[in-house]
Design a protein around this ligand. Structure first.
Ligand SMILES: [Zn+2]
Length: 887
C-alpha cells in the first residue's frame, strides 16, 4: 500500500516504549506464524458470488470454499465483520450452529460431530454493507461532464476482506479465489484476474473471473462502474489503465510507465509477472493513496491520471513512483507475502526503496537519490525520539495492524534496504532477491527467509548485520574525530544511539557500514563495518576532510569534531549534493537536540547560496521554514523573515519566473523558493504573484499548471475580502476535482482572521466536493493552522466540529489522525487543552499515538525556546544579510 501523506511537515508516529533487545526471527512456518485463527482448518479454494445493491448500499453473497481439515475438529472459525451469516452447509449438510462475534470479527460454525481430516466443502450465505469509506466494499461518487456517477471498489488491506466475504483473513492462509459479481448492466467489473464470462439478465449482468493463484485475502480486488480503458502490453502481459469513462485518455503516461516497469521488474526479480493481465484502476478522489491488489492495483485518480491542463509536469514524478511502488509489490508482497503484520516492513520497506530505484533508473534527471533524504529525514525525526519503535514491531492483534503503516515501516525500512544493498553490492543483493523470489514464490516469509537468501548470495551473515537495524528502535549517532598521524588521516569513530531528548542514554549497538572517503572526492569512498562501540580507520593522506557517510546511503547521523566540521562547512559548496543534503540534515538535528547552536545550520546554508539543486534547497528550506515557524509571534519574527528573504531571493533571481528547462527539477525548485519567499513576505514576489493572478483571470492559460497553485497560494496569503471572493469563485466553477483542489488548497492560505474563519467554515459547510474524501476537511483545518498562520482559530474550530470532521473517516485514517494533526496546533492552544481534548476524543488503542504527539509538541516547544534567542542574536550580528532585500 502507498499511503498518501498530506503536504504538511508533521511527523506521524506509532507506538510507545518497546523492549530494546534485538531478537532475530525464525524462518517462516505456517504452524508457528502469529495470528488469531485456529490452524486446524485451512482454505484451499474460494468460489464467491457477490450481488451489490446500490439503492440500499448492501450486498448479498454466497461462497463455496474447498477446505482442508488438518486435525479432526467440531468447530470451524472464519473472520467476518459487519456481516450477517444466514446459512452454512458442510459437505451439503447444514451445520449445527452458527455464532457470529462482531467484536472479535469471527463467525464460528459448530458441526456437532467432529469433522474428519481431509478435504471438505463449506458453503456460506451472507450479507454485508457497502460503505462510504475505503474499508471492504465501498462506493465512490464522482462528477463528470455528463453528471454524477457512482463506482464500486474494494480496499481489503489490512483486515477488511472479512467485511466482503467470510474468510481466513490472515496473510498466511493463502488460497485461490474465483469471484463473480452481479452489477447494473451499464457497469463493467474488474478484478484480480480476467473475466471469463459475462451474462446479461434484464437490467443486470453477472461477470465471472478466472481463478487467481494462491494468495493472501488482503489482495482480493473488485471494482465496478462505467469505465474507459487504455490498453497496452509488456512482456506478454496485457496492461490496462481503467478509469471513469471519459478520463482514460489521461492514463497515457501511467500506461507507458507501467509497461516499462513490468519489463524492468521481470528482469530484476528473475521471475516473470505471474498473472495474465495487470490493471491500473483509477478511483476518483476519496481513496488515500494506492493499493497493490494482485493484478488489479487501485489508485486515487491523481496519482495515476495525468491531466496537463491542471497538474504540473512534476506530478509525473509522484505518478511514476506510486506505480513503481505498487508494481514492485506484485512480486514483493503479492507473490511472496509477509507471514504476519509484524513483518510489514518486508513489504513496505522494500517497495519504498524499489520505487526510488526503479524510478531513478528511468528518470535519472529527477535526481531522486539526492532527494530521497527528505523522506528518510522524516523517519529519522520520529526515530530519534525516545518514543519510537522498531521497524519490526510486535502486532499482537490484527486490529493493530493499521498502526504499522507509518514512516518507520516505510521510510526507515526503505533506508535500511538501501543501506543493505550498498553494503552487499548491487548485483549480489539482486541475486539474493532473485533467490528469495524463487524459493518463496506463492508462499509467506519472515525477515529470516530474506536474510537467508541474501546470506547465500553474499556469503556473509546478513542476519547478524540486519537484526539490530530492524528489531531495535532508533539509530546511531557516529561521532568522528579526525587526526593527522604520520601524514595519514586517522578517523576515530564512536557510535551511540541518537536522541533528540537530553539526558537519554542507551547501550544499543549496531553493525554500521561506514562509507569513508575524501569529502571532495566522495565517489572514491570505501566501506568498512563498525561492529563495536568505537574504532579507528584509515582516512588516506592528510588533506581534505574525510566523510564517514559518503554518498549518504547510511541510516545514521554523523557529528564531526569542531575543526573538521568547520572545514566541511567552509568547503560545503564543493561537495556532492547528496552529501550536502545529509550534512544539512544532521546539523539541523544537532540544533534540535541542543548539541550545536543554530548558527551552525545558518552558516552552512550561507555556503550553499550558489546551489541550484532541488534536493539541497529542500533540506535548507526545511531548516529555514522550521526556524520561521519557531519565530511566529516572537519579537524576532520580522527580522528573521527579512533574513530568509535575503538568503533566498538571489537564488530565485538566478532561475526567475520562467525559462531554463535545462534541469527537470528547476520548476519544483522555483515553486519551493516562491512559496518560501511568499511566506516570508517578499514584496516583489507578492506583487508579481498578484499581477499574474490578474492576468490569469482574463486568460487562464497565462498561468501554467506548474505555477498555478503556488501563485494563487501567495495571493491568498495576503488576500483581502474581494480577492478571497475571486479565488473562491474559481473553486465554484472548477470543472474537475483536481482543479477544485488546486483552488481550495491555495485559498486556505489566507491569513486575515475573518478569511481564515471563512476557510474553516468550508470544512463543514459542504463546499469541499465530497469526492475529495473526508480527509480534505481536516487538511483544510491544518492548512489554515499552519500556512494560514491561524493555529488558535483552527484549533477552536476543530474542537467545536470534531464529530462532523471525523464522521466519515475510516478506522484506518482515524488510527493515525490525532498523532498526525495534533502538532499542527502547537502554537494555537495550551498543552493541557490539546492533551485533554485528544485523550477524551480517541479510542483506548490510540492513547500511545496521543502520548507520542504530545511528546513531539513538547520537543518542538523546547527546541523553539532554545533556538529563537540564539537565532535572533545571529541575525542581528549579520545585518548585511538582513538588509540586502526586504519589504
Ligand atoms: Zn506499499
Amino acid at each position: 500500500m502507498h499511503r498518501r501523506l498530506v503536504m504538511l511537515s508533521l511527523a506521524v508516529s506509532a507506538c510507545a516504549a518497546f523492549p530494546i533487545a534485538a531478537r532475530a526471527d525464525a524462518p517462516y512456518a505456517f504452524d508457528t506464524a502469529p495470528g488469531k485463527l485456529p490452524k486446524t482448518v485451512v482454505p484451499i479454494d474460494y468460489d464467491i458470488s457477490l450481488r451489490p445493491d446500490l439503492s440500499t448500499l448492501t450486498f448479498t453473497g454466497d461462497e463455496s470454499v474447498r477446505i482442508r481439515v488438518r486435525t479432526a475438529t467440531s468447530t470451524i472459525v472464519v473472520n467476518t465483520h459487519d456481516m450477517t451469516v444466514s446459512r452454512a452447509l458442510l459437505d451439503g449438510h447444514p451445520v449445527a450452529a452458527i455464532a457470529t462475534d462482531n467484536d472479535k470479527q469471527v463467525t464460528t460454525f459448530s458441526t456437532g460431530a467432529p469433522v474428519s481430516p481431509g478435504e471438505h466443502r463449506l458453503a456460506i450465505a451472507f450479507a454485508g454493507k457497502i460503505g462510504d469509506q475505503p474499508a471492504g466494499l465501498f462506493y465512490q461518487k464522482y462528477r463528470s461532464a455528463d453528471g454524477q456517477h457512482t463506482m464500486l471498489a474494494t480496499q481489503m488491506e489490512s483486515t477488511d476482506a472479512r467485511r466482503v466475504f467470510p474468510s481466513w483473513d490472515e496473510p498466511s492462509f493463502r488460497a485461490t479465489y474465483r469471484l463473480s459479481v452481479t452489477v447494473p448492466k451499464a457497469f463493467d467489473a474488474v478484478s484480480n484476474m480476467p473475466a471469463t464470462a459475462e451474462q446479461v439478465a434484464g437490467e443486470t449482468k453477472t461477470v465471472t473471473f478466472a481463478r487467481t493463484p494462491k494468495m493472501a485475502s488482503y489482495l482480493v480486488v473488485l471494482c465496478a462502474g462505467e469505465f474507459g480503458y487504455l490498453k497496452g502490453e509488456a512482456d506478454g502481459v496485457a496492461v490496462r489503465v481503467v478509469a471513469p469513462k471519459g478520463r482514460e485518455q489521461n492514463g497515457q503516461y501511467a500506461l507507458e510507465s507501467a509497461e516499462k516497469l513490468l519489463s524492468y521488474y521481470d528482469d530484476y526479480f528473475g521471475v516473470k509477472f505471474p498473472l495474465p493481465k495487470l490493471d491500473l484502476i483509477a478511483v476518483p478522489g476519496g481513496f488515500p493513496g494506492a493499493m497493490e491488489n494482485w493484478g488489479g492495483i487501485t489508485f486515487t485518480s491523481d496519482v495515476l491520471l495525468f491531466d496537463p491542463s491542471i497538474q504540473p509536469e512534476s506530478a509525473k514524478n509522484e505518478i511514476f513512483q506510486t506505480i513503481a511502488h505498487e508494481m514492485s509489490h506484485q512480486w514483493f508482497g503479492d507473490l511472496v507475502t509477509m507471514a504476519w503484520w509484524d513483518g510489514l516492513w518486508l513489504n513496505e520497506g522494500f517497495a519504498d526503496w524499489m520505487q526510488t530505484k526503479a524510478t531513478d533508473h528511468f528518470n535519472p534527471s529527477w535526481h531522486l537519490w539526492d532527494r530521497v533524504n527528505g523522506d528518510v529525514e522524516r523517519a529519522m525525526q520520529t526515530d530519534g525520539q525516545n518514543t519510537t519503535h522498531p521497524v519490526q514491531t510486535p502486532i499482537a492483534d490484527e486490529t493493530q495492524a493499521d498502526s504499522a503503516f507509518d514512516e518507520i515501516t516505510y521510510q526507515k525500512g526503505g533506508a535500511f534496504v538501501r543501506m543493505m544493498e550498498e553494503y552487499l553490492g548491487e548485483d549480489t543483493f539482486r541475486d539474493g532477491i532473485r533467490q528469495y523470489m524463487r524459493a518463496n514464490a506463492y508462499g509467506n516469509t519472515t525477515s529470516a527467509n530474506l536474510y537467508a537468501a541474501l546470506s547465500n548470495a553474499s556469503k556473509q551473515d546478513v542476519a547478524a548485520f540486519a537484526t539490530a537495524w530492524t528489531t531495535a528502535p532508533g539509530f546511531p549517532l557516529v561521532t568522528v574525530d579526525e587526526r593527522c598521524v604520520d601524514g595519514k588521516t586517522a578517523v576515530v569513530v564512536k557510535a551511540q544511539r541518537f536522541f533528540y531528548e537530553a539526558n537519554q542514554t542507551s547501550e544499543q549497538q549496531w553493525r554500521i557500514p561506514l562509507s569513508i572517503g575524501d569529502a571532495l572526492h566522495a565517489s572514491d569512498a570505501h566501506t568498512v563495518l563498525l561492529s563495536a562501540a568505537s574504532g579507528t580507520f584509515d582516512g588516506g593522506p592528510c588533506g581534505d576532510p574525510v566523510l564517514v557517510n559518503a554518498g549518504a546511503a547510511g541510516y545514521f547521523r554523523v557529528q564531526y569534531d569542531s575543526l573538521t566540521a568547520a572545514t566541511l562547512t567552509h568547503d560545503l559548496a564543493r561537495l556532492a549534493p547528496a552529501d550536502q543534503v545529509r550534512i544539512l540534515a544532521d546539523t539541523r538535528a544537532a540544533v534540535q537536540s541542543g548539541a550545536v547552536a543554530p548558527s551552525a545550520a545558518l552558516d552552512e546554508i550561507a555556503q550553499l547560496r550558489g546551489s541550484q539543486s532541488l534536493a539541497v534547497w529542500d533540506a535548507a528550506l526545511n531548516t529555514l521554514r522550521g526556524i520561521a515557524q519557531d519565530e511566529r509571534g516572537q519579537p524576532g519574527e520580522r527580522a528573521f523573515d527579512a533574513y530568509e528573504r535575503a538568503v533566498l531571493r538571489p537564488v530565485f533571481d538566478r532561475i526567475g519566473w520562467a525559462g531554463d528547462a535545462s534541469d527537470a527539477t528547476t520548476p519544483a525548485l522555483r515553486r519551493a523558493l516562491l512559496e518560501a519567499l511568499g511566506s516570508a513576505g517578499d514584496t516583489r514576489i507578492v506583487a508579481d504573484a498578484r499581477a499574474r493572478f490578474e492576468r490569469f483571470q482574463a486568460d487562464p492559460s497565462s498561468l501554467p499548471p506548474d505555477l498555478r497553485e503556488t501563485v494563487l497560494g501567495i495571493v491568498a496569503s495576503y488576500a483581502d475580502e474581494p480577492t478571497w471572493m475571486k479565488l473562491h469563485a474559481l473553486l465554484g466553477t472548477s470543472k474537475s476535482l483536481d482543479e477544485a483542489q488546486v483552488y481550495a488548497r491555495a485559498l486556505w492560505h489566507a491569513r486575515a482572521p475573518e478569511l481564515a474563519s471563512k476557510n474553516l467554515a468550508m470544512a463543514t459547510n459542504g463546499e469541499i466536493p465530497p469526492e475529495a474524501g473526508p480527509i480534505a476537511a481536516i487538511i483544510d483545518v491544518a492548512i489554515v493552522a499552519q500556512e494560514g498562520h491561524q493555529p488558535g482559530l483552527a484549533w477552536s474550530f476543530y474542537k467545536a466540529n470534531e464529530p462532523k470532521l471525523v464522521e466519515h473517516l475510516s478506522d484506518f485514517e482515524r488510527s493515525f489522525l490525532v498523532a498526525k494533526f495534533l502538532p499542527a496546533f502547537w502554537q494555537g492552544a495550551s498543552r493541557a487543552d490539546l492533551e485533554a481534548f485528544a485523550k477524551s476524543h480517541t479510542s483506548a488503542e490510540s492513547v500511545p499515538q496521543v502520548t507520542q504527539a504530545m511528546h513531539q509538541i513538547d520537543l518542538r516547544v523546547a527546541t523553539a525556546q532554545r533556538v529563537v534567542p540564539s537565532v535572533d542574536r545571529w541575525v542581528a550580528a549579520h545585518p548585511s544579510g538582513a538588509t540586502a532585500q526586504g519589504s
